[in-house]
Design a protein around this ligand. Structure first.
Ligand code: AP5
Length: 297
């Protein structure tokens, strides 16, 4: 096994009893990468992850009676993506497709706020007042909420996909000051008459969190159809207020990410919108892999 740069090796042991439980039976230790990894016998499966400067490389070693196999895969570490667009431009829909393929952690400011409302907290009560008027929730509530979520171990480990944030120059500036800079800023461009139709037809599945549309993405079964809910701000009247807020802030936010912006035609079918995003992400992944050296097994 060889690597082009010095690496840290985290070695954990997977017992046979519970293969779904990673690194449960021993605390990870940190060693400098060595080309010879020794391990105990007993038909035990060993998993390790190698962290180099830019890349998380994971490998599994399975010891059998006669030989040891090494299966290695490389994925670029910490891919950081932001997705922006007017209300109902399809951000959430595209995030479902992106996370399914690329495994990033989806962080949606609107979802965090709705969870806060559902919790009954004081912040949630205040947030709802602004959301009902189609206005931005004050930074005192939203900025730390998003920052804390970005700092959670899963976002740090798998990379993140930030949806609907930042929405103002002050939010973008705060993110920059906290050191969060995306690799790509995706903007979904959709005509306004389409946005209104998408808002009023949108429905959500409270069980799976999946986004539906009565016309464009109808529920698969009658059971799902019966339990669908509608967001309190998904009316024609409220979307007009949300659009107004969006128009007031969008240029300032775009100006912060001009050099890494990907404008996507969001008027198309969701699969065709995703194809444009997928092309860009694939290229980003390939570039990362080329830049991050290789692992030879
Ligand atoms: P938030 O929840 O973020 O709402 P939004 O930005 O208005 O966006 P939506 O969630 O409505 O739409 P989407 O773009 O995700 O579209 P979707 O994929 O669901 O924010 C709500 C409120 O919270 C804000 O108004 C504000 O008050 C507050 N807030 C949020 N972030 C904040 C922040 N950073 N700072 C301060 N306050 C904040 O698609 C919509 C529908 O269209 C669905 O039915 C879907 O099935 C359908 N659809 C999607 N794509 C297609 C397609 N290609 N073709 C046909 N149909 C499609």
């Amino acid at each position: 096994m060889a690597a082009t740069s010095s690496c840290i090796v985290n070695l954990g042991v997977k017992g046979n009893g519970n293969p779904e439980q990673p690194f449960s039976s021993s605390k990870s230790s940190q060693l400098l990468l060595s080309s010879n990894v020794s391990f105990a016998d007993n038909n035990t499966k060993y998993c390790l992850s190698l962290h180099s400067h830019q890349t998380l490389l994971s490998a599994c070693l399975t010891k059998t009676k006669k030989s040891a196999f090494v299966v290695a895969s490389a994925k670029p570490e910490h891919l950081k993506i932001m997705i922006s667009g007017a209300p109902a431009s399809g951000k959430g829909t595209q995030c479902e497709l992106i996370t399914k393929k690329y495994g990033l952690v989806h962080i949606a400011a609107g979802d965090l706020l709705r969870a806060e409302i559902a919790s009954g907290s004081e912040n949630g009560k205040q947030a709802k007042e602004y959301m009902e008027k189609g206005q931005l929730v004050p930074n005192e509530i939203v900025v730390m909420m998003v920052k804390d979520r970005l700092l959670q171990p899963d976002s740090q480990e798998n990379g993140w996909l930030l949806d609907g944030y930042p929405r103002s120059l002050s939010q973008a500036t705060a993110l920059k000051e906290f050191g969060f800079r995306p690799d790509l800023f995706i903007v979904l461009e959709v005509n306004e008459e389409i946005l209104v139709e998408r808002v009023v037809g949108r429905r959500l599945d409270p069980v799976t969190g999946k986004i539906y549309h009565l016309k464009y993405s109808p529920p698969e079964t009658e059971e799902i159809a019966a339990r669908l809910t509608q967001r309190f701000d998904d009316t024609e009247e409220k979307v007009k207020l949300r659009l107004q807020t969006h128009r007031q802030n969008v240029e300032a936010v775009l100006s912060m990410y001009e050099d890494i912006t990907l404008k996507v035609n969001g008027n198309l079918r969701k699969e065709d919108v995703f194809a444009q995003i997928d092309d860009a992400l694939t290229k980003l992944f390939e570039d990362r892999k080329l830049n991050s050296g290789s692992l030879a097994a």
